[in-house]
Structures are given as structure tokens and as C-alpha cells.
Design a protein. Structure first.
Length: 714
């Protein structure tokens, strides 16, 4: 089944697709043997192939008709006529079509010429002239001649039927008329077919093999005026029509499992995929817990894997194959439940901000809420637990609510739908325009590793600027998976883009900014570098003003005990050589970037220059202090500098807390600061005369409160 035909009407044909997986070939042989036995006992009859929708009736009929046609060359072999009753809405049209099909099934040689003529004559005799014209293709002259023949000749229906019967008896070959899917007809159309089979079409050597789902057919009959709303009457009616029942053997659980295995193998092979042991475990869990009961017919299995094969396409290698199969099952079998995934994307991926009413929601309440949603989406009661269970295998919030552990990091590492970074791929059957395919992503990383330029690397670095949070997460996924990364190249790029990132803030209240995402990534990438290589990379990062800010922050985070920005939270009393070297290099770059500010008044400092001053404290504290105090000795006013350094919008937090005091000590030196501000600090506090003086006044009051108390380590 490596090349299984998922999209044809007869899914698993033994002569085309290998072994007879479903036993249909064996059963077709049984049907043919039974046809021969029926023929030996009666010169006409009706046999019914009965089975549920999707159980393989059409497949069996296909095998029967092919084998009969293959044997038709024998002297007494069966001739096959296939009639589609859907095409005809009244008895006259269907009758004419029947005899036309029988006539066409007869061989074209001389031996059969009489039978062909008699069958055609009977069809014409019992049908209106207009319908004869339509079916036999008479032109206007032929139509006039046909009317003349009917008036002048012996064209009575009974005489024509008698001649047709004699011709069919003399011919000696049985004709099998096959009609499929009778359960899909309307009540009126179904009665027309049965009238045809029972009355008009009762001819020697003509047998009928019809197929239907009995439950559905009985429902259709009960909607007819002839039978009425009575199942016993409907069954009695069927028994009068059908001489032999052929109940399709039950599709065993073993057969379904084998067919699922082979169908899965065909899909994987056609897309060049294999399952890892962990993927096999997850898929097996999903199948036996939630899918097996829903994949019980050949049609259901074919439909599921056909959809998977049709939509996997460009997603190959870009999604988790197990998640993809489970999502495909939902889309195929519960389409309205599948639509709920879009509607509740943020909740399912854990990126939503819970409403106050849901913050204290118990797990069972969350499950009940989803149960209601699924019921409203038309999921049958007997399928609710299975659908919720499937969704729990896909999405961490539901898995947690079901009482299982939820590894959100594992979902992201496997590129699962439960990760916000990959969700859209599953729903769009492809890679969105704002996403980067895995092949492009991997190629870009390799180009950066090799130091070779390429369009993929350019695209990755562009996305690092414009889609920072997602790209940094994807880089982190690679890192967590143990994939070697071009740490130096990525750090250089981060330094170049830092401060110019265009990606919008994400997370609760927009707190997870692009800068913050780069901060976290840079620390981890620097950790991956050998210690002797770190100073040079940090210096390269610091060659731009924004890059210098990132370099200083990254160095501080790597050397701090708790990721604090405060300069006194260092790891050890003894500083490794590489740290001292890195601090000196970054400090020199910051001094270079701040050189233009040395000759400007404080109020002309840019936001970036203020940020650089703050970052400087993470490097060479004594150099930073000296530079600032030199500026204060010249023209900078201490209180103006503090007003520029300390934002006025910290309320309700204090203007100067313990950490801020530590930072001011690193930048200026508290003793020097108190000395320079002595007269102002000693003066009594007064209400500011205008709003512009409020912030400086708050700073002075905060310093008064801290003066004399050494800063407490945070």
C-alpha cells in the first residue's frame, strides 16, 4: 500500500494494490458462486448486498463485476450491465435505461443480434416516443419512422416482452444488472426501482444485484406512502423484492487496525516520513484511547488518511506529524469542533489573559466549559469524552485540566499545534507569509555558522528584527534540543538590531517586549561560547550605541546571581579574567559613544545616551564615576542629572528605592552625590512652585530619607 489510492471510489483493490486487506476479494468470490447457484435454480432473481455505509459494498461490487467481465468470454459466462438509478426519476425513463444497458451488455457479434434487437424492441414498446428518441438518438426523420412503425406493426408491450424473453432464453447467457447505493434515493425513486425490478424487468436470464445500507433503506421506505411509518411493513416489502440477502461480513477490529497501519505507512512513505519511538507512543495512545472507535469502516479510514495525505504537503517537516494527524481527524470528523480551535486560539495556546471570573477556575469547571462548547458545536454525547481527550493531547491547558502533566516546552520543541509559534501552520495547511519554514530556518542557521552569506540568513536576521519574540523562541527551541547554534553570529546580529526592533510587545499587558526577548536570548547564547571568546564578541556587539547597551546588560545578567541589574549582585569575590577584560572593552565603547554628550548640557541628553549611562555601571564602575563627576565639575547640574536619569512615572513605586540607590552609588558615588547636593538637602522641604519642580523635589526628599542610611543589599 505504499502507493495507496486514497481519492478513488474503490479504495483497496486487490488486483491493483496488493493483498486483499479486507477480505473483499474472498467475499466477491462467494457472491459469484452464489450467483451461479441462483442461476441454476431460477431463471431470474434479485440479490441484495447489504452493509452499513462505508463498509465496502462498492468495493465488493467492483470486484464482482470485474471478475464476471473477465470470465464473460466463456460460453456460459455472465454479462454485466450497470445501472445508476440516480439519473432517472420516473419508471418510463428508468425502464428504457435498463433495457438500453442490457442491450449494450450483450456481445456485438451475429449470435446476439436477435437478442439485441428484441431487447431494444421491448424497451421501445413500453416507453413514450420522446424518451426513445432521447435514449436511442433518433433524428426527426427517424422519429417519424418510429411513430409509423408503432402504428402499423405489432408493437404491443406484451408481444415485445414475449419476443425479448424468447431471445434471452435462446441466448443462454445470464445478464447481471448491478445497481449500487439504493439507500441514497428518495422514497419515490426507490419505489420506482423496485417496481422495475419486480415487474417490468422480470426477464429470463436477467438477474439483479443491488446494494444498500439496510437501516437507511428502511427509513426511506417508511417515508413512502406505500409503506407508511411502519418498520415491519418496510421489511415485508423488502422481502417480497429480494430473494437472497448477502450481508457483508463485519469489519473486524483486527481488520481495521491492519488497514489503519497500512494506510498510515502509505501516507508516511509518500511524504518521506518515519515515526520516532516517542511519536509512535503518542499516536498509539491517541488511537487506542480516542480514534479506534471512530475508525471502524473502510470508508472512515480511507477518508481520514485521504485528508491527511491531501493536506500534509508543504507541512512535511514543519509540523509535528502526530499533532497533524489528530487535528486532521478533528477537521474530518468534527468540523465544527475544529472551528472552535480558531475561535479559542489564545486560550488553547496559553497566551490569553484570563477573565477575572476564570482566574480561580477549577480544572473540572474548565472541562465542563469545553464540554458545553463542543455540545453546541454538534459533537454527539458519545463522542464528547473522546474529542476532549484528543484536545488534551494537543493543548497544555486542557491536558492540565484533565489531570495530566503538561509540558509546554515539549509541545514547542516538537512544533505542536499547542504552541503559538506553530498553531497557524496547522490551520492554514501551510506556512503563513509571516512565518519562516523549518528548512529556511535551518539553512539560515547553517549559513551563519559557516559564515557564508545567503538569502536564508538575510531573511532570518530580518525576522529577528521584525518578529523578535517568535524568532528568539525558535532559536531557544533549537538550543534546548541540543542543536549547535551560531552563537557569535547571532549575538552580533542582536547587537546590530537592538534598539531598532519593530516587533510589537506581547504577553500580559504587553510586558514581553522585543528588547526583553533579545536580552534573554543574548545571555543564553553568550553562555554557550567558550569563556576566552566572550570578550571579543561583546566588544563587537558594543560597536553601536544600542549594541553597547545590550552587551553591558548581557554581561551583567551572566555574572549576577539572580539576573538583577544591580551592580553589586555578582557571582563571586574573585572575578574571572574574561569578565574583567569584557568589562574594560565594553566600557571603552560606551565612553566612545558618550563622547559627544560630554560637551552638551544635561537637558540635551538623548534617551539612548541616558540608557548608555545606566548601562555603563555594569562595566567599569570607577571609569563611569570619574567621567560623570568630571561632567558635574564642569557644567552639569547634579539635580538636573538625577531628574534625567530617574523617570518621573515610577508611581506608585518610590522615586529612589534600595536598588536605585545602589545604582546611583555605582554611577556617581553616594558620598560625592550627597556632598554636591548638600545645600539643597539641608534646606527645609518646600512645596514646588510649578509642576516642573515636582519631580526634582521628590528626588531631594527621597535622598533626604536615605542619607545617613547605607543602602541595603537587595
Amino acid at each position: 500500500m505504499a502507493d495507496a489510492h486514497f481519492f478513488n471510489d474503490e479504495p483497496f483493490l486487490d488486483h491493483e494494490e496488493g493483498p486483499d486487506l479486507l477480505g473483499h476479494g474472498q467475499y466477491a468470490h462467494h457472491v459469484i458462486s452464489l450467483l451461479d447457484r441462483v442461476r441454476a435454480q431460477t431463471e431470474t432473481g434479485v440479490l441484495a448486498l447489504i452493509g452499513p455505509w462505508g463498509s465496502g459494498k462498492s468495493s465488493v461490487l467492483g470486484k464482482v463485476t470485474r471478475r464476471l467481465r473477465d470470465d464473460a468470454a466463456n460460453d456460459d459466462g455472465w454479462l454485466v450491465a450497470e445501472l445508476n438509478p440516480w439519473l432517472y426519476s420516473d419508471l418510463e425513463s428508468l425502464t428504457l435505461a435498463l433495457f438500453s444497458e442490457i442491450r449494450e451488455a450483450l456481445p456485438k457479434n451475429e449470435r446476439w443480434s436477435e437478442a439485441r434487437e428484441r431487447i431494444g424492441g421491448f424497451g421501445k414498446a413500453i416507453s413514450p416516443v420522446g424518451k426513445v428518441t432521447a435514449l436511442f438518438g433518433l433524428d426527426s426523420e427517424g422519429l417519424i419512422q418510429e411513430v409509423s412503425n408503432r402504428i402499423s406493426g405489432d408493437t404491443s408491450a406484451s408481444a415485445a416482452k414475449h419476443r425479448a424473453e424468447e431471445a434471452l432464453r435462446r441466448a443462454g447467457h445470464p445478464v447481471l444488472v448491478v445497481m449500487d447505493d439504493l439507500d441514497r434515493l428518495t422514497p419515490e425513486e426507490l419505489l420506482v426501482v423496485f417496481k422495475l425490478v419486480r415487474l417490468v424487468g422480470h426477464l429470463p436470464n436477467v438477474y439483479y444485484l443491488i446494494s444498500f445500507d439496510e437501516r437507511t433503506l428502511l427509513d426511506v421506505l417508511q417515508r413512502s406512502e406505500l409503506v407508511g411509518n411502519s418498520e415491519p411493513r418496510a421489511r415485508d416489502f423488502l422481502e417480497k423484492i429480494i430473494q437472497v440477502r448477502l450481508d457483508l461480513p463485519a469489519f473486524r477490529e483486527r481488520d481495521a487496525d491492519i488497514l489503519v497501519d497500512r494506510s498510515l505507512a502509505a501516507v508516511l512513505a509518500s511524504h518521506g516520513l518515519t515515526l520516532t519511538l516517542e511519536e509512535q507512543r503518542r499516536l498509539s495512545e491517541a488511537y487506542y484511547r480516542h480514534l479506534q472507535a471512530r475508525l471502524r469502516t473502510p470508508r472512515a479510514i480511507k477518508r481520514f488518511f485521504g485528508q491527511a495525505d491531501a493536506t500534509l504537503g508543504q507541512l512535511t517537516g514543519n509540523v509535528d506529524i502526530v499533532d497533524f494527524l489528530l487535528v486532521t481527524f478533528l477537521r474530518t470528523n468534527e468540523p465544527r469542533a475544529y472551528q472552535l480551535l480558531w475561535q479559542h486560539r489564545a486560550e488553547l495556546t496559553g497566551t490569553s489573559i484570563d477573565l477575572p471570573s476564570r482566574r480561580d477556575e477549577r480544572p473540572e469547571q474548565r472541562i465542563d466549559r469545553w464540554r458545553t462548547r463542543l455540545q453546541d458545536a454538534g459533537v454527539a454525547e458519545q463522542h464528547l469524552n473522546g474529542v476532549i481527550g484528543l484536545m488534551g493531547m494537543l493543548f497544555a491547558p486542557l491536558r492540565q485540566a484533565l489531570g495530566y502533566g503538561a509540558n509546554t516546552q515539549g509541545i514547542a520543541l516538537r512544533r505542536g499545534i499547542g504552541s503559538i509559534d506553530y498553531f497557524d501552520r496547522y490551520m492554514l495547511f501551510g506556512i503563513p507569509d509571516d512565518d519562516l519554514p523549518e528548512h529556511t530556518f535551518n539553512t539560515a542557521l547553517q549559513q551563519l555558522t559557516d559564515g557564508t552569506p545567503g538569502t536564508e540568513a538575510d531573511e532570518l536576521l530580518l525576522r529577528l528584527r521584525d518578529d523578535t519574540q517568535r524568532i528568539t523562541r525558535r532559536i531557544q527551541y533549537k538550543r534546548l534540543a541540543g542543536t549547535p547554534l551560531p552563537a557569535a553570529a547571532l549575538l552580533k546580529a542582536a547587537g546590530q538590531h537592538y534598539g531598532r526592533l519593530t516587533s510589537a510587545p506581547q504577553g500580559a499587558f504587553g510586558l514581553f517586549t522585543a528588547d526583553r526577548a533579545i536580552d534573554f536570548l543574548a545571555k543564553d547564547l553568550l553562555t554557550d561560547l567558550a569563556e576566552p571568546d566572550r570578550p571579543a564578541i561583546l566588544k563587537t556587539m558594543a560597536e553601536t550605541p544600542d549594541g553597547a547597551v545590550l552587551a553591558a546588560r548581557t554581561l551583567q545578567r551572566l555574572t549576577a546571581r539572580d539576573d538583577s541589574d544591580s551592580p553589586d549582585h555578582t557571582q563571586a569575590a574573585v572575578t574571572p579574567d574574561w569578565i574583567g577584560e569584557a568589562r574594560s572593552l565594553i566600557s571603552a565603547e560606551i565612553a566612545r559613544h558618550l563622547a559627544p554628550a560630554a560637551s552638551r548640557p544635561v537637558h540635551e541628553l538623548t534617551e539612548l545616551q541616558i540608557t548608555l549611562i545606566w548601562a555603563w555601571r555594569h562595566t567599569k564602575t570607577e571609569v563611569c564615576r570619574t567621567w560623570i563627576n568630571q561632567r558635574l565639575d564642569q557644567e552639569w547640574i547634579p539635580l538636573d542629572l538625577l531628574a534625567a536619569l530617574l523617570p518621573p512615572d515610577r508611581a506608585p513605586f518610590p522615586v529612589i528605592d534600595s536598588d536605585t540607590l545602589h545604582s546611583l552609588d555605582a554611577l556617581i558615588g553616594l558620598d560625592a552625590l550627597y556632598s554636591r547636593l548638600g545645600p539643597l538637602l539641608d534646606a527645609p522641604a518646600a512645596d514646588p512652585g510649578n509642576p516642573r519642580d515636582e519631580h526634582p523635589a521628590r528626588i531631594l526628599q527621597a535622598l533626604r530619607e536615605h542619607r545617613g542610611n547605607p543602602p541595603v543589599s537587595g
